[in-house]
Design a binder for this molecule. Sequence first.
Ligand code: XMP
Length: 312
Amino acid sequence: KLNSRLFIAEKVRDIDRAVKSGFAINALSGGVDSSAVTMLGHKALGKRLKTYFIDNGIMRRNEPRQIVLLFKRLGVTVDIIDAKEKFFKALKGVTDPEEKREAITRTFYKDVFGSLVRNSKAKYLLQGTILTDVDETVAGIKRQHNVFKQLGIDPQKAFGYKILEPLVQLRKDGVRKVAQALGLPPSVFSRMPFPGPALAARVIGEVTPEKIEMVRHATAITEEALVSQKAFQCMAILHNDRVTGIRDGRRDFGMQIEIRCWDSIDARKAEPTRLPYEILSLLARRIVTEVPGVVSVTYNITPKPPSTMEAI
Ligand code: XMP
């Protein structure tokens, strides 16, 4: 059984011992994993940890600003790096799900982080990889962007820095306990999981700024409409194929949004939430009226497995 206080003491000591008098950097996305790592690193290294928020252009609405403000209140300075163009350029023309994940990984670790590390004195990257990320990557189900050593990739050789993964023994439920014990607020420790490839994991086919804007808008509506359900995770997915709809009495050949909402403990298995019909109905109505170009909304009722939570 996990003892959060002992766990924190042990990891703070490990980070301190590894980095010694040197510097480390980390990327904060605002999710529970990277937030817990930021606090562990901050406890161990103080100002010798440099924390960045990489604005990749595929995050949810207002996410960068909210997260920077929250950590400011906790005494942690976070610098925002605008890398939107780099990510969209890397994603241009890419339609295969694993190739999209690969493009995001490469842009993040090589282009953006590589140059940040080179321009800093850091030799270490602290990273929030958890056990589920490793399991699914090693099993070949999905390439999680933050798994290297377990695939035989040496980050030192590939990117020029060492990686520390203090949460790699834990699953989501364990990370939540540790995050709470680290003094993070409920908005962080009970935050819904959000994938590393962010909204790009929720666009089928090529990722463009326009499609990201559509799925971002639908995501905001979905999260707002379903927050009271206390599900493990909920999301909106933008499909690639169009369907015929009618708007203002005219044919409208438009886009489709798929809603998924999951009950799960640790993301290994999941069941679709039995959402009340009235809530689904209201959600569908809001999405087709508020998101331009969307004419159809569906709800996915397949469990994981064989489905997985994210679309790509
Ligand atoms: P799947 O889609 O594999 O998702 O059922 C399981 C859980 O992991 C999250 N997820 C990711 N997290 N990098 C991450 O850090 C990723 O590439 C990634 N893909 C999926 C997903 O949100 C769910 O909670």
